[in-house]
Design a protein around this ligand. Structure first.
Ligand SMILES: [Zn+2]
Length: 130
């Protein structure tokens, strides 16, 4: 009698625990599906003379990286840090690009006019491919 009740209780508790785990897993799957499916990732797009030279998914990025690109014969250096990115070094005269600082949100941009280089953040579904 006692053993039966005990095992029944255990099973019910087990079922509840499994149910909760399933709900959490489903919720997480749904969350990622929503994010991926709607194209809401933030993409940093670097264009040089109007051409897309590099696209970086900021939402998925966890790295810290510094990289340089050639823009009209000049070296332009960017710093990527998690979900934000900026110009850190360009040999342009005005330094407006560097002074703009970090960009991270859709619609934010930093532009180096002398070198025709732009860095702009888009939603994935709106990001230019080329
Ligand atoms: Zn500049």
């Amino acid at each position: 009698m006692m053993e039966n009740m005990g095992s029944r209780k255990f099973r019910r508790g087990d079922a509840v625990a499994i149910g909760i785990l399933l709900l959490i897993a489903l919720g997480a799957a749904f969350f990622f599906w929503l994010r991926a499916g709607r194209g809401d990732d933030r993409i940093a797009v670097i264009t040089i003379s109007g051409r897309v030279e590099r696209s970086i998914n900021l939402t998925q990025n966890t790295k810290t990286e510094t990289f340089s690109m050639d823009a009209k014969g000049h070296t332009v250096t960017f710093s990527l840090e998690g979900d934000r990115i900026r110009f850190i070094d360009a040999q342009c005269p005005d330094k407006i690009c560097e002074n703009t600082g970090w960009v991270a949100e859709p619609g934010e941009a930093a532009v180096c006019l002398p070198f025709e280089t732009s860095l702009k953040v888009y939603l994935q579904k709106e990001a230019p491919k080329n």
